[in-house]
Design a protein around this ligand. Structure first.
Ligand SMILES: [Fe+2]
Length: 620
């Protein structure tokens, strides 16, 4: 496998250890009807710009540096294909005064932000609101011990790491900013491996070193356009022209990737990846010794993976295979592919030409025999931006949502079947399985699809079970599982693709803030609300997606024998904690808590990586 390393001798580690930290009282306030002047909000949490000095980061696990030379050295001791260090792009050289063309482009963008599309006219993408409170970005944090302040870390978590991905813009946005537009930052908590479970844990927060991150770090300012907020109406066209000028004059190279790697993580083939669906996966590594996080590079899997990959691939727990897809605005709008258990891309790409309109396809599901794709009413409409001054992504009320079912080892879409499910718009999937000739999909259905991207606080997602008579008439039936506003659902990872009983979801209050966790029992489907356990984090406390960690891998254990983990932030006390909840208790009792040395911003998806997985990670 090739790792297209973006680390180079000029890709200097951040000097976060020496940077000024602000006390919690300096966090920006919750937005008010009259928000403060734009620069004061984000600048309160973004400290002075880094100066770029060459540094060699030590990786205690390897006992040597982790720069590109280290990557090359590692391959002398392995039979795996050598890592390919790509030629250093001009745009990644040490910072120097901006060129004339860069200055012209910067000035043009400033004019657009100021006179054509000022953020104040669109509150949903006004950085003063989007980046307020615990959505405000933080600096990087080197590995820092933090105490267990309640209970003890359960044995199944010992020595492992909980890692949460999320957006954390590196620079003050000069124009409109959507929550999805922030650079990916990983917040990893390495849990104590020995003792009685009360030894300190270690928190580390690091940016994923994407091409965009490194380019803008060296430039000292944003260079890439904001995908979810910048392309709107005439201003979007103008920003597109400036971006084209930057590409043509060599200020940026989109072939190096434009992604943020800010959405999720996956561990497979002995490697950990940070994912964002608009780009290739970025390989990262968490040291099992001291908890430090390293970016290894952007991966194209020996040149076999192109453009991007979903942030929600599905790992078969019995075979170790990974199933995934990419989508985009040009045909084929959907392409399906898979990887073998060793982490190599396997089989051909399967273009799905029966998807005839570019749609927002964030997640999917797999069963023992099938891959299951939702085709939503959230669609891409680039011509609306060109002709009507609208947004390039929006809802299409005339479209009937569908579910597509494709054999999971298909080499073409010849056997793909589509089933219309009016009003069913699941942005995320929780699980799917086959049962007595039916295909069952469990997912939160976005009821207010017109608000799905622009006004997330107005979104209500309702859990449903959809059953398709796959081997019979093709009839579709739907069963509501709960009326609560639920999303970020997880299950016991050993049950992915097969019938399971329990799911755990975050309670939107409002989305994307998560005020608690509920446990659903699918055996109650059709008999009212399926919530059988719940935990409210408390007044002013908000968490995120719960991650389920089984007590052990033994088959004879109950499906819900295990723990739910999440970061929870207390907005009243201005402190963040890592909480461990007993998934079998009726109130999801907290059995352990770690007090974190500073707040962890709200984010997206997380992953628990076991001690054994951490130790099995490849060095490059
Ligand atoms: Fe997601």
């Amino acid at each position: 496998m090739n790792v297209l390393s973006v680390s180079s001798s000029t890709a200097f580690p951040a000097r976060s250890g020496r940077r000024r930290r602000l006390p919690p009282s300096r966090l920006p306030p919750t937005p008010s009807p009259s928000p403060p002047p734009f620069p004061s909000v984000v600048s309160a949490v973004k400290t002075v710009e880094k100066t770029l000095e060459p540094q060699i980061k030590k990786d205690p696990a390897a006992g040597t540096s982790t720069g590109p030379r280290k990557v090359a050295d590692d391959h002398r001791n392995t039979t795996r294909p050598p890592t390919i260090a790509r030629p250093k792009p001009a745009s990644l050289r040490p910072r120097k005064p901006p060129s004339l063309m860069a200055t012209v482009c910067n000035d043009l963008e400033e004019l657009i932000h100021t006179f054509i599309d000022p953020p104040v006219l669109r509150p949903s993408v006004d950085p003063r609101r989007v980046l307020s409170n615990n959505f405000a970005p933080v600096d990087e944090l080197p590995p820092t011990p933090c105490p267990v302040v309640r209970g003890a870390i359960p044995r199944c978590l010992a020595g492992g790491a909980y890692i949460r991905n999320g957006p954390n813009p590196q620079h003050l946005p000069r124009g409109p900013h959507h929550l999805f537009d922030g650079d990916g930052m990983l917040h990893s908590l390495l849990l104590p491996a020995s003792g009685d479970g009360t030894d300190p844990a270690v928190l580390c927060s690091r940016y994923v070193h994407t091409y965009k991150y490194l380019l803008e770090r060296n430039a000292g300012a944003p260079v890439f356009p904001s995908v979810f907020s910048g392309f709107h109406g005439f201003a979007g066209l103008a920003r597109g022209a400036v971006t084209a000028a930057r590409v043509l004059t060599g200020q940026m190279n989109p072939m190096e990737g434009a992604g943020l790697a800010n959405t999720s993580l996956v561990f497979f083939g002995d490697r950990l990846y940070a994912l964002g669906e608009s780009d290739l996966p970025y390989a990262v590594r968490v040291s099992p010794e001291d908890g430090e996080i390293f970016t290894l590079g952007r991966c194209d899997f020996d040149g076999r993976l192109f453009m991007g990959m979903t942030a929600h691939p599905k790992k078969d727990p019995s075979t170790g295979e990974l199933f995934a897809f990419r989508y985009g605005p040009v045909p084929p709008f959907l392409t399906y592919f898979r990887f073998d258990a060793e982490g190599n891309k396997a089989g051909p790409d399967v273009p799905i030409f029966s998807v005839q309109q570019p749609s927002f396809l964030h997640d999917f599901a797999v069963t023992g025999r099938y891959a299951v794709f939702p085709d939503l009413q959230i669609v891409m409409k680039p011509m609306d931006m060109v002709l009507g001054g609208g947004a390039p992504v929006g809802s299409d009320n005339s479209k009937v949502p569908r579910i597509g079912v494709l054999p999971r080892y298909a080499t073409s879409e010849a056997e793909m079947r589509w089933f219309e499910v009016p009003g069913f718009n699941p942005v995320h999937a929780v699980n799917a399985w086959e049962e007595e000739g039916d295909l069952v999909l469990v997912a939160p259905n976005v009821l207010s699809v017109e608000h799905a991207l622009e006004r997330m606080e107005l979104v209500h997602s309702s859990m449903e079970m959809v059953r398709i008579d796959l081997e019979g008439s093709g009839a579709v039936s739907r069963t509501p599982l709960s009326a609560a506003n639920l999303d970020f659902g997880v299950i016991h990872p050993g049950y992915l693709g097969r019938r399971n009983r329990y799911a755990y979801l975050g309670v939107g209050d409002p989305m994307p803030k998560i005020s608690g966790v509920v446990k659903l029992d699918f055996e109650s489907a059709g008999h009212g609300d399926c919530v059988v356990a719940r935990r409210h984090f408390g007044r002013g406390c908000f968490g995120g997606e719960p991650v389920f960690v089984p007590k052990s891998e033994r088959e004879e254990e109950e499906e819900d024998e295990g723990y739910l983990v999440s970061y929870v932030h207390d907005e009243v006390r201005a402190e963040s904690r890592f909480v461990v909840m007993d998934a079998q208790s009726p109130e999801l009792d907290i059995v352990a808590e770690v007090l974190l040395p500073r707040r962890v911003p709200y984010g997206f998806h997380g992953l628990f990586v076991s001690k054994e997985e951490l130790r099995s990670q490849r060095q490059s």
